[in-house]
Design a protein around this ligand. Sequence first.
Ligand SMILES: [Zn+2]
Ligand SMILES: [Zn+2]
Length: 343
Amino acid sequence: MGRCCEKRVHSTHQILYDCRMSTMNSPSLLTVLASGSAGNASLLEADHFGLLIDCGLRPQYLTERLAAAGRSWDHVHAVLLTHTHSDHWNRYTLAHLRRRNIPLIAHPHHHAAMTRCEEHEPLRRAQLTREFSDDQVITLTPQFTAQAVAVPHDSDPTFAFRFESRDPTTGLGWSLGFASDVGHPTAALLTAFLGVDALAIEYNHDVPLQKASRRPRFLIDRVLGAYGHLSNQQASELTAAIAQSSSASSASHSPSASGLMGLVQLHLSRECNHPELAQAAGREALRHHAPSAQLITASQHRVAPSLTLIARPRIPPTLPESFPPSSPVQPRLPGMDAEPHLA
Ligand SMILES: [Zn+2]
Ligand SMILES: [Zn+2]
């Protein structure tokens, strides 16, 4: 992606992007720059627009990660926040956004929470704060949108996003479900992610490792609770259900759309997970309905390989006859039909 475009902010909810000088189509890419409890940031590039999802590292570290991905701050045109836990935003990065005139898109409660740090006010005064509401579709460019989906997590509110890109001239596009911190799978999340072409979701911990860890009891209970994080098992079951919906959608419409093309595993616990365990859970989830999907496991300490989001014919998702799937892969999504309890 080159510096060919001029960014214009049109309204509270819209960031339109004028690509008058652009002549080439760039591939859409998701690149996880860092993922884990020490800091999260991912770069999603589409329609000549670079969106940083979360900014939980200091600016100098983000600069290094962007450079490692062959990018720079010139490729970042807005930041979108999932929630305000301290591993998802950084006060010094807010100051950096102000210096570079990069807008910060967040829920009003997020902005209110960040006013406790003095770096937020200059952003607001410079009209660089943007707001989205629950379930809102955020227009990033005319061809690149994000739908906010509220998810249970002990930083209220927390959002997952369904990103969509569509070229109206060709009818081709892609959809990506992105969910970083999630206490438990919900019907709303599953519905929002139906039929996506790619999925980025947390595979946070292995339950036996979590229970056997030397962590304080309250922390173990918090992570395992309904407002903590997804285990490998929970994430695997959710991935399998989404892969099934993607596979059913593509099979009934077009042979060129071949179900889930990629799975990116986010937010692995350093202490209570191993990449091999998360990958085994991810492969199991993909085994039936997306065996050829690319599997990427994000890391806290280095930039992950980019996932290329290939444009396909856009088709409405179709539910399989038995959905959610039945055992042995998916007896029931934990927490989907029960009221969660605070741990
Ligand atoms: Zn987090
Ligand atoms: Zn969190």
